[in-house]
Design a binder for this molecule. Sequence first.
Ligand code: APR
Length: 237
Amino acid sequence: MSQQQRKSIVVLTGAGVSAESGISTFRALDGLWQNHRVAEIASPQGFAVNPSLVHRFYNGRRQQLVSGTVQPNRAHLALAELEARFRGKFWLVTQNIDDLHERAGSEKVIHMHGELLKKRCAHCGDIGMATQALKITDTCARCHRTGGIRPHVVWFGETPLRMGEIYDALKCCDLFIAIGTSGNVYPAAGFVDAAAAVGAHTVELNLEPSAVESAFAEKKYGPAGTLVPDFISRLEG
Ligand code: APR
């Protein structure tokens, strides 16, 4: 099916798309989960037990993101250009909590695991921008209570965001591209099955085969900063 005949594309990205921008992935040998216990850092229980430890983890990642040392790479830019030029429907679903897709120019970004630059009040649900360090003593701008301000990030055991929109998009896509994700975490790891079930062509672009590589019709391996622009230029060719 040529690019001209395609009607809708769903792209799923994971930490690997931001790796060449200098943001650590999770499950690599030097990944974030090698130096931290996931349950202590990325779970509601961990936040309840030691909120300062959780804030310290996310404050460090937020500080790196706003420091100016982290910039979108060629994969982010190529995806933004595809969205701008593609005449059909386009969805960019990301598991990443950084804002590199937006800074590259992507507009239709669905952050299913939340956003590092946002905070949420656990008491009233108020969501606000967060570019500075968060502290457990912070007061909510809406309910004025303290002790509830947390990163607006989806933790293990919590429900990812905007899943209805994502499954609606998968049901009508004819091309599904997964980029830089290990396929270890559901529901994102199952999106390829949902796309294949409606006859979409499925593509994995990754540094190495993911845990769900067998579900993909087409697979290319290498750094996203090279692979993604090449794939998109061939798609448009
Ligand atoms: N180019 C392409 N792929 C890369 C690159 C790169 N430069 N560097 C690493 N990768 C690949 C790795 O081979 C791996 O398959 O990116 C993937 C990253 O996998 P994970 O670290 O598991 O990250 P991700 O799949 O996004 O994790 C999903 O798990 O911990 C939770 O909430 C967290 O959103 C995260 C979710």
